[in-house]
Design a binder for this molecule. Structure first.
Ligand code: IPE
Ligand code: IPE
Ligand code: MG
Length: 242
């Protein structure tokens, strides 16, 4: 069964993107790594604007992993400052486009002004119905799973549905459907602790293109690959006779 052949209007997709390759993009141009991050923020805007028109209902972007604290403090500071200024400058545009923003991940290690900017932007965009944009900051999928398990404790009635709901809450968000398509830019082919539970049956697309160079045409191309994939979820292809 191809996703394009599903009867009725196709349901909006959940696309997740590991936005990688900012530093290498900048280095290849003789620029500091932070210039790559700034250009990466512009790519986010382009992709967010294009996503609804391409059938995407939920877009989860990996912006800063719990392991990225290992980087030099100057790069971490520059990134956190970029998140804060971008949130403030993009807030009006997100509201105008009907985008609801959720920032998932830990909050307790983020600078207070950034947490305040996150809260403001989430509040301002809460009525958005066109696209659910989730940005993962200080995020670790394994930590989120451990946190959800800790909350549910030894309750006998734990099942996949309530675990997934709890996992959404543990990520700081009411949750989202499973990931349909997971894209990683920058040439590496790994998950780096991103959405491990939610991507159980995600289609994976890896591109060598660095994130700052990624645009709507690349998203369209990845969705084209997705549409040609056969998702079987452990079952059999529709063409196979019983
Ligand atoms: C992705 O680009 C952005 C973050 C992880 C914050 P990188 O900064 O990892 O760029 P590369 O992979 O070193 O090129
Ligand atoms: C993954 O990229 C995290 C983000 C894109 C935010 P990394 O650059 O941190 O991943 P590794 O270290 O190459 O696995
Ligand atoms: Mg990287």
């Amino acid at each position: 069964m191809k996703s394009t052949l599903i009867n009725g209007p196709p349901s909006p997709l959940h696309v997740a993107i590991i936005m990688d390759g900012n530093g290498r993009w900048a280095a290849a141009r003789g620029l500091p790594r932070t210039a790559g991050h700034r250009q990466g923020a512009r790519a986010v805007r382009r992709v967010v604007e294009a996503a609804p028109g391409l059938g995407v209902g939920t877009l989860t972007l990996f912006a800063f992993s719990a392991d990225n604290w290992k980087r030099p403090v100057s790069e971490v500071r520059a990134l956190l400052r970029l998140f804060r200024t971008t949130l403030a400058s993009e807030q009006g545009r997100l509201v105008a486009r009907g985008v609801r923003l959720s920032v998932i991940g830990r909050r307790d290690r983020l600078p207070r002004p950034l947490v305040a900017a996150i809260m403001r932007a989430q509040r301002a965009t809460a009525g958005g119905r066109v696209l659910h944009l989730r940005v993962a900051v200080d995020y670790s999928a394994r930590d989120a799973i451990v946190e959800a398990a800790r909350h549910l404790g030894s309750r006998a009635l734990v099942n996949r549905t309530c675990f997934a709901r709890r996992l959404g809450q543990a990520s700081g968000d009411a949750g989202a459907p499973d990931v349909d398509l997971l894209i990683r830019t920058g040439g590496d082919q790994r998950l780096s602790d991103f959405l491990l539970w939610e991507s159980a049956y995600a289609e994976l697309v890896f591109t060598r293109k660095a994130w700052p160079a990624f645009g709507p045409a690349d998203l369209r191309a990845a969705l084209g690959q997705f549409a040609r994939r056969e998702r079987r979820f452990g079952g059999l292809a529709r063409a196979v006779a019983p």
